[in-house]
Design a protein around this ligand. Structure first.
Ligand SMILES: Cc1cc2nc3c(=O)[nH]c(=O)nc-3n(C[C@H](O)[C@H](O)[C@H](O)COP(=O)(O)OP(=O)(O)OC[C@H]3O[C@@H](n4cnc5c(N)ncnc54)[C@H](O)[C@@H]3O)c2cc1C
Length: 582
């Protein structure tokens, strides 16, 4: 293995003066020495092996480009292999087969309305967002369905309409209840096996990696790309990867495409970029945001760094290990509500995970605190038994992570005692002295709403999302003696007048983050003058998300990762090859 590069800082790269020295494993960029020899050279280097990277590799190979995939972990598939494998794809083939029109202008309005609510303007040619932002919305709509069709035609993915698990209906979008959403259900696809059986992210990634193997694309696991290499013109012409302390250099005649995931497991970045901590996440631990320092050193503009695909998480699980199996995607139960440290509700508990979790970040300027930093999911014996074992409700009512109390006042005492035990890890957060009284008032008010079937405070159960996803994530046990919920609003049921009651402590977490180098509609990474950095591409959670923080519907992140991986491979194919010697 060779290392003839001279590592330099971003400023040195931009001015052409090479001086600074990086350690062998340090992330960044370096300039190629004249006549540099590579250990290997291909047309396109793909970094990562999740959904974005695997798509880029398959498409690049089918375009006739030689490809090498470099993956940091010892196995391939990334967080995508741990996911449910759902892909959000507007105007997809299943909609077309059913004669449902998902028109471009309508869908663009839905996406702009959801992603930029504060600027959305139906009368503006770019719907109120900047031309660059709008071009990313357009690129997604224009390429998502063709990307899936291309992968299907290539035999790389077998997809079908994603049905809501046991329910026989298509997935409802995460903001179905705005007039801009003209196709509120049916945009989600999922991977199916040869018998047509729907699978999860493991199947999605097995299929993509089978396609990679079938194309003889070399995949080097255990290789962490630490630097991009630039030539004298500022073009990215290769990478350096760290394998157990040794550097492998790989030349990229056309491009390097990053699909390296977010930074949610990089505590330093969480502290730098997230105002309220994301205390835990279900992404794989390799999501450390390497592309932020690598792309930044190559001169990339960074964007959306404070953004994430959010989910509430169970604090008591996080205190054991911040790498989680899952988030609280939909808090189960009907006789259940969430309150903050003042005993007040703050959110529709059955809104989608990404939007619901935003509530933890609300700041109270008078008290200089985040009153919803922790939320307490409070429920009664009905929910504890009728929804037992539906995550995160334990199989036995009083088992961890549930805290039990004989009455609401007793529950408040037990909850506060637990908060006292973990105070050194929560900034000393405790219940307000009036919590118990307020909780009783809040439960009484909630019970009134449940009886009336209408939540006047947070509109729980009003949107189709709330009710359609309820039986998916909140199924009542078939063996329960508790009567079915015959309320006009199936997401709500009054809490019982008697205890015991239970609480689970929830905090803000994420699937992964979605900020990083900014790309254009061709998935080219932009510099600080908004010009493409030649030869450098990105897709998936490692780049500034094209939807900012909006999660359009089930499969949003994988839909974007695959689509922009496809766009990147096609645009990279059109690059004029650089000389193999850089
Ligand atoms: C439980 C769960 C369920 C989910 N379900 C869904 C779902 O159904 N639909 C959906 O849209 N989203 C879902 N998500 C989110 C989704 O999994 C991620 O958003 C998606 O995997 C992101 O894809 P990606 O290609 O950007 O990155 P990843 O899948 O995270 O892959 C990134 C890869 O890059 C590698 N890497 C990182 N740094 C380097 C480096 N320096 N050099 C080389 N390799 C590197 C990593 O090891 C990893 O393999 C779910 C997530 C979880 C945890």
């Amino acid at each position: 293995m060779s290392d003839s590069s001279k590592p330099v800082s971003r400023r040195d790269l931009l001015t052409g003066a090479a001086a600074a020295t990086l350690g062998a494993g340090a992330l960044g960029a370096c300039q190629a020495s004249p006549g540099r020899q590579w250990d290997q050279a291909v047309d396109i280097v793909v970094v990562g092996s999740g959904a974005a990277a695997a798509t880029a590799a398959v498409i690049a190979s089918d375009n006739g480009d030689s490809v090498l995939m470099l993956e940091k972990a010892s196995t391939v598939g990334g967080t995508a292999a741990k996911s449910a494998g759902v892909l959000w794809v507007p105007d997809n083939f299943t909609l077309r087969e059913r004669g449902i029109e998902d028109l471009r202008d309508d869908c663009l309005r839905y996406m702009a309305r959801f992603a930029y609510p504060e600027r959305y303007d139906v009368n503006s040619p770019t719907l109120g967002v900047s031309p660059g932002e709008f071009s990313l919305l357009e690129a997604f709509y224009d390429n998502a369905s063709p990307a899936m069709d291309r992968l299907r035609d290539a035999g790389a993915l077998n997809l079908a309409e994603w049905r809501m698990f046991a329910l026989d209906r298509p997935a409802t979008d995460y903001l179905d209840n705005v007039p801009e959403n003209k196709v509120p259900a049916g945009r989600a696809l999922g991977p199916v096996d040869a018998e047509g059986k729907m699978g999860l992210g493991t199947l999605l990634m097995e299929q993509l990696h089978a396609a990679i193997n079938a194309r003889d694309i070399p995949v080097l696991t255990g290789h962490r790309v630490v630097r991009v290499v630039l030539n004298g013109d500022g073009r990215v012409v290769g990478v350096e990867a760290d394998k157990d302390g040794a550097i492998l250099s790989v030349g990229a005649r056309k491009a390097v495409i990053f699909g390296t995931g977010g930074y949610v497991h990089n505590p330093e970045f969480i502290s730098k970029y997230q105002r309220t901590a994301l205390v835990g996440a279900c992404a794989k631990p390799d999501s450390t945001g390497d592309f932020i320092n690598i792309g930044g050193a190559a001169g990339a503009r960074l964007g959306n760094l404070s953004c994430a695909w959010r989910s509430q998480v169970v604090l008591d699980e996080v205190l054991v290990n911040r790498v989680l199996g899952a988030g609280v995607f939909y808090p189960p139960g009907d006789s259940m509500l969430q309150v903050n440290r003042y005993g007040m509700r703050a959110v529709n508990e059955h809104r989608n995970y990404n939007d619901r979790t935003e509530i933890h970040s609300v700041y109270n300027p008078s008290r200089a605190e985040f009153p919803n930093q922790l939320m307490f999911m409070v429920y009664d014996q009905r929910t504890a038994e009728a929804f037992a074992g539906v995550y995160p409700i334990p199989s036995k009512p009083a088992d961890a992570p549930a805290i039990a109390g004989d009455s609401l006042a007793d529950l408040a005492d037990k909850l506060d005692a637990r908060l006292a035990e973990i105070a050194d890890q929560t900034g000393g957060l405790r219940l307000d002295p009036a919590f118990a009284d307020k909780l009783a008032t809040t439960v009484a008010r909630f019970n009134g709403f449940a009886q009336a079937g209408r939540d006047d405070d947070f509109r729980r159960g009003e949107a189709a999302y709330d009710t359609e996803w309820h039986p998916v994530f909140s199924p009542m046990r078939a063996d329960t003696d508790w009567p079915a919920n015959d309320s006009p609003n199936i997401t709500m049921h009054p809490l019982r007048d008697e205890g015991p009651y239970y609480a689970i402590i929830l905090a803000a977490g994420a699937l992964d983050t979605c900020g990083g180098p900014v790309i254009d509609a061709k998935a080219r990474v932009l510099d600080t003058q908004d010009q493409p950095i030649p030869g450098l591409y990105g897709a998936g959670n490692c780049i500034a998300s094209p939807s900012r923080e909006a999660y359009y519907g089930a499969g949003h992140t994988l839909g974007h990762a695959v689509t922009f991986g496809y766009i990147a491979a096609n645009a990279a194919h059109d690059e004029t090859p650089a000389g193999a010697d850089a």
